[in-house]
Design a protein around this ligand. Structure first.
Ligand code: MCN
Length: 792
């Protein structure tokens, strides 16, 4: 019997290949390709007054040197602004190579192509760029004060100013019996995928076509950008995503300058060209996130019920806004979490600084939003002397209030409506899992032993599975094997496994017979990409719908062959059979043969098909009018709105009274992403997210000095947690299905990281007894805070 795969903890089918070294990442490709290296700006803000390349001209193996002056046509224009928004009144993007000005350290100024990377780097060292250094804008407060401007034509350094409100929050707060104001500070961090960015392009002069391999989260986006910039018809550009060693958001940007420059150079030189980002380039020329200053004002009744919430956010968007203002929009809408805020007003300014651009990093604005809301919840509880979970519970949206319309617009411009969720159920499960009610006894015992412990809680809701669409193609081969393609890309989420699980169930075939391709525009040209925890919802449902089309066709064709009504047929173990009489059956591979009037008799399936149908019937047309040859189907899924997953985390920490070291004793997660396709993969996703959350809360920050130099641009100084710093993570799942999609699923890929900073702040505050308003917090900061609060 076919085993049900949906919901089973199936081992990831992609792992063995990767673990034994058979992965093919970008840098494994392109042997013999020319390689590029870049001269990047050492200044945060400067005017380029001259570029002298003569010193590099005699470097062995030098092929070409390009500056902005060499760019032509649309390649010489600024890079696209991907997500415009009416509030983004002053969006700015960079040129692929700097034109006159540089606006952050690391901005590309010259591209060198040589026969290998070492020689290209040698040539870069011999190029002299003269700069007139200008005083940079560094830090959100400086950007807001606007004594200096990043872009001369952007007043106040303000790329966008957006206010959304429901009711009159300032008035509601003024009239409330209790009021609090919090000033919060979340510092910049960045994702650090094991594999950095990279691109490799092959120009075929005979065919006038380009094949671009790139380590991206959106191959269709890169393809469209390259075709447009290089003025090529779309069908002359293919974009292939090889194995990707992590993306975490930084590879959504499309195109990166290098993704235009490398294909452009490949065509110009009529030779393969490749570039692989090194770690230092990743620090200074990829993207960062998180940096925000927040002012949160709340008014509440004596039970802790919110009457008004007023949040002001200053968001650091770096030097350019290629990805629009998606991050602060997400912060400003998702910070509401599982709560009813009463009257709500959120006001954000997205500000330019002379630093690396800010684009979504796993969680994408939500960790900051959750930090604001959950810090406020803790402050309210402490102010009223109430249990921190009790205050949260009185503010929850109840299950019977779903769908719940917040009256705001979500990041996709559609109304912010939660589709389903059981927040009280999630909190109960979390309290049970962590032993919330027993904690005070544990604290007393720890105190008696001279130990200082604290417990924290943080809740979040995450809009996942945003549109506009994703598609899937399912084809049964005459061998009975099933090949599946979807256009979005994979960076380690296990899509090959989960999509095969879905198809195995829908088509009644063994999972081993299903192979899945992602991120290759040759196989599936229409797609959006992998971000915002959307693959399971979007491609999962599209593939399920495509498989259902194939099944319907298979039953129809088999019904003709078996002289049975399709409604009386089922597919089990790769065979279509008459229900209740398994003897009358036909293999799916044979049905695939029957689906094609041109039946080559090359294999067993063809012989079986010939036996089954006898001679061809020449009285009928070979392909019926509304039919197509082949046992295959394609479909798309386009959701009405996002679907909202939720989760609640609790952590118990111990802070060392002498050294201020922060130890994690327990980390508990209750998570609800609707129906789980593969609980093992979801738990892996949560583990990965929590690990990044631990980094963001306790270690990682991008440290800029006042000159705009990133002073910790290497793993020597930018601390990431090792396995030894990541705790054992205890997980419980709730499954509140989404009513919006056929499979009832919600996304999970960012879940682990979203509440991590907030939950650590909550626990450290609980252990120490003074407010934690800034993240990340390292032992040295905790040490100084202790001194400050001890001194009063
Ligand atoms: N899943 C499931 N059941 C559900 C929901 C999800 O089994 N109800 C599975 C999915 O099928 C998928 C995985 O969990 O295999 C994550 O699903 P989903 O939430 O749809 O997220 P995406 O696949 O769209 O991945 C994007 C998300 C994001 S936004 C970032 S950033 C991120 C992340 O996933 N980057 C990652 N996880 C990552 N994991 C790895 N290894 N590498 C990255 O770069």
């Amino acid at each position: 019997m076919t085993t049900k795969m949906f919901g089973a903890p199936v081992q990831r089918t992609e792992d063995l290949r990767l673990l034994v070294g058979n992965g093919r990442y970008l840098d494994d490709l392109g042997e013999g390709a020319y390689e590029a290296a870049f001269v990047r700006s050492p200044h945060a803000r400067a005017r380029i007054t001259g570029i002298d390349v003569t010193g590099a001209l005699d470097v062995d193996g030098l092929i070409a040197i390009y500056t902005y002056e060499d760019l032509a046509g649309r390649v010489a224009e600024p890079l696209p602004l991907l997500i415009p928004h009416p509030a983004l009144t002053h969006g700015r993007t960079a040129y692929p190579l700097a034109k006159e000005f540089v606006n952050h350290v690391g901005e590309a100024v010259v591209m060198v192509v040589a026969t290998d990377r070492y020689l290209a780097e040698d040539a870069c060292e011999r190029i002299t760029v003269e700069y007139e250094a200008l005083p940079p804008v560094v830090g959100i407060e400086n950007a807001f004060r606007a004594d200096r401007l990043v872009h001369d034509d952007v007043p106040g350094n303000c790329a966008a100013h957006l206010v959304q409100e429901v009711g009159d929050a300032p008035a509601a707060i003024a009239a409330a019996p209790n009021r609090l104001e919090l000033k919060l500070d979340i510092e910049r961090s960045a994702c650090m995928p094991m594999e950095g960015r990279g691109v490799y392009a092959r120009w075929d002069a005979a065919d006038e076509s380009l094949r671009v391999y790139t380590s991206t989260q959106t191959s269709t986006g890169v393809r469209a950008a390259v075709a447009a910039k290089l003025d090529l018809p779309l069908d002359r550009v293919e974009c292939v995503t090889p194995d990707v060693g992590g993306g975490f958001g930084v590879k959504i940007v499309h195109p990166w300058p290098e993704e235009i420059l490398i294909p452009w150079a490949a065509r110009l030189l009529d030779h393969e060209v490749k570039w692989t980002e090194d770690r230092r380039e990743h620090f200074i020329s990829a993207a960062h996130e998180r940096g925000q200053l927040q002012t949160v004002r709340v008014g509440f009744d004596d039970d802790g019920r919110l009457l008004g919430l007023d949040v002001e956010i200053l968001h650091d968007n770096g030097a350019y806004t290629p990805y629009g203002i998606i991050v602060p929009i997400i912060t400003s809408t998702q910070l509401l979490g599982p709560y009813k805020p009463g009257a709500y007003r959120v006001d954000f300014r997205s500000l330019y600084t002379n630093t690396v651009i800010v684009t979504p990093y796993r969680g994408a604005g939500r960790p900051q939003g959750v930090f604001a809301m959950e810090r406020a919840m803790d402050a309210i509880a402490d102010h009223l002397g109430k249990d921190r979970t009790e205050v949260r519970a009185v503010n929850f949206i109840q299950p019977d209030e779903m769908p719940y319309d917040h009256g705001l617009l979500f990041q996709d411009g559609r109304p912010l409506i939660y589709d389903s969720g059981d927040f009280p159920g999630s909190l109960d499960a979390l309290k049970k899992l962590v032993g919330w009610d027993e904690f005070e006894a544990y604290r007393a015992q720890a105190r008696a032993e001279g130990r200082r412990v604290g417990i924290g809680v943080a809740c979040y809701v995450e809009g996942t599975g945003v549109g506009p669409y994703e598609g899937g193609h399912v084809q049964v081969e005459t061998t009975g094997k099933v090949v599946v393609a979807t256009g979005l890309t994979s960076q380690g989420q296990g899509h090959q496994t989960v999509f095969a699980q879905i198809v195995a169930d829908e088509l009644g075939v063994p999972i081993e017979d299903v192979t899945v391709t992602t991120g290759d525009t040759r196989r599936f040209p229409y797609a959006v990409g992998t971000f915002a925890s959307r693959a399971a919802v979007m491609s999962g449902n599209a593939i399920a719908l495509a498989a259902r089309n194939v099944k319907a066709k298979a039953l129809r064709i088999a019904g003709e062959a078996l002289e049975a009504d399709p409604r009386d047929l089922e597919i089990v173990d790769g065979h279509v059979r008459v229900k209740g009489s398994p003897g009358a059956s036909v293999a799916l591979g044979t049905v695939a043969v029957l689906s094609n009037p041109l039946r080559y008799a090359f294999d067993e399936a063809s012989k079986a098909a010939t036996q089954l149908t006898g001679k061809a019937d020449f009285s009928k047309p070979p392909v019926a009018e509304d039919d197509e040859p082949g046992l295959e189907g394609r479909d798309y899924y386009s959701p009405p709105t996002a679907t909202f997953a939720n989760g609640m985390h609790a952590v118990i920490v111990e802070t060392d009274p002498d050294t201020a070291e922060i130890r994690i004793l327990r980390y508990c997660v209750v998570h609800d992403c609707g129906h789980l396709i593969n609980p093992m993969i979801v738990e892996g996703q949560v583990h990965g997210g929590v690990a990044q959350g631990v980094g963001g809360a306790l270690y990682e920050r991008m440290e800029y000095d006042e000159h705009g130099q990133l002073v910790n641009a290497s793993f020597m100084d930018f601390l990431m947690p090792y396995a030894s710093e990541v705790p054992k993570i205890e997980i419980d799942h709730l499954e509140t299905p989404s009513p919006l999609n056929p499979l009832g699923i919600k996304g999970a890929g960012e879940a682990g990281v979203i509440p991590a900073a907030a939950v650590f702040a909550s626990a450290i505050e609980d252990a120490e007894g003074f407010p934690i308003t800034r993240m990340p917090i390292q032992p040295s900061e905790l040490f100084h805070l202790r001194k400050r609060f001890a001194a009063g």
